[in-house]
Design a protein around this ligand. Structure first.
Ligand SMILES: [Fe+2]
Length: 305
């Protein structure tokens, strides 16, 4: 099976269209999306429709959640709030229902299950049952004041241990808080929580691959450069290793490369690659300005920051 992994599309239709065109020659069996379909960009409805046409499996991001009232607008700074209020006004009742139904965590199972005599103590209350309300984690890049509680009731599905991908927008330890995985300690925390071979997470808008040996409790690889991420081999050995894969952002890259970013994972070849795709960012930026959205979100497209 070949999976396309998209994240943080952020209403950028030009970027999403270019990515889907690039994927057309990649023999993709299934498309996965790690949230933040909307926000910042000028085409929220069209991006929803394109994703729905792919029959993508999608988890909710913080921008998606705020549009349907699951997350308080006060979580974001004023510039992001202006974008999200505009976005919400563009969406139909049907669009909002679709966003509302997105879970925080999903799993798919293309890998080999495994068994162990003494499984690690579960730390996944966010994945198997109702989430306890709690404070939102450290905000960044558009996030502002903290929020007291979140109303997420359903946050995921079960999985055979080790057998696949876990999809989440931010940290898996506390998915309802949308914490950014920006340092290794946070990534290891998520990977020790993860029951499947791979955790697919977005939110930072920066692509990366991390390999963690769960028996030795050691990080084996951290790959962030485009040359390193162009082709990466992995093992189907969930008893020993865990992987974090962040595909980067389709519509708002923030790693200094303005091209759209997308991951392709081949579970038969046991290889993944993160592709960068050029798109018509001038048109995307012009549409943001014409819509009256904050120009900051248009300006940053050209620099990928
Ligand atoms: Fe995002």
């Amino acid at each position: 099976m070949r999976y396309a992994v998209l994240s943080d599309i952020h209403s950028n239709l030009e970027a999403l269209t270019a990515v889907l065109e690039a994927l057309a020659s990649e023999r993709i069996d299934r498309t996965l999306c790690l949230g933040d379909v909307v926000g910042y960009g000028a085409d929220p409805r069209a991006c929803l429709e394109r994703l729905q046409a792919c029959d993508a499996l999608v988890v909710g991001g913080n921008h998606d959640a705020v549009c349907v009232g699951k997350l308080d607008l006060g979580w974001f700074n004023e510039t992001a709030q202006a974008s999200l209020v505009w976005t919400r006004d563009q969406l139909s009742v049907t669009d909002l229902d679709w966003l509302r139904r997105l879970l925080l965590v999903e799993t798919v199972e293309p890998f080999t299950p495994y068994h162990e005599e003494a499984p690690p103590a579960p730390n996944d209350q966010g994945r198997t049952g109702p989430v306890k309300a709690g404070p939102v984690g450290r905000p960044s890049n558009g996030a502002g004041r903290a929020q007291r509680s979140t109303p997420f009731q359903q946050v995921g599905t079960g999985s055979s241990r080790g057998a696949g991908f876990t999809l989440v927008h931010g940290s898996l330890s506390r998915p309802e808080r949308f914490e950014y995985l920006v340092d290794l300690a946070q990534i290891v925390d998520t990977l020790t929580t993860c029951r499947t071979l791979m955790c697919l997470a977005g939110h930072t808008h920066q692509p990366c691959f991390v390999e963690y040996d769960r028996t030795q409790r050691t990080v084996l690889r951290v790959l962030t450069r485009a040359e390193e991420l162009a082709t990466v081999a992995f093992r189907d050995d969930a008893a020993t290793v865990r992987y974090l894969v962040n595909p980067g952002s389709v519509g708002q890259p923030r790693d200094g490369d303005p091209r759209a970013s997308v991951a392709v994972i081949d579970t038969d070849e046991k290889r993944l690659s993160i592709h960068r795709v050029r798109y018509d960012l001038e048109t995307a930026a012009r549409k943001i300005r014409q819509a009256g959205l904050p120009g900051f979100f248009a300006d940053r497209l050209a620099v990928g920051r």
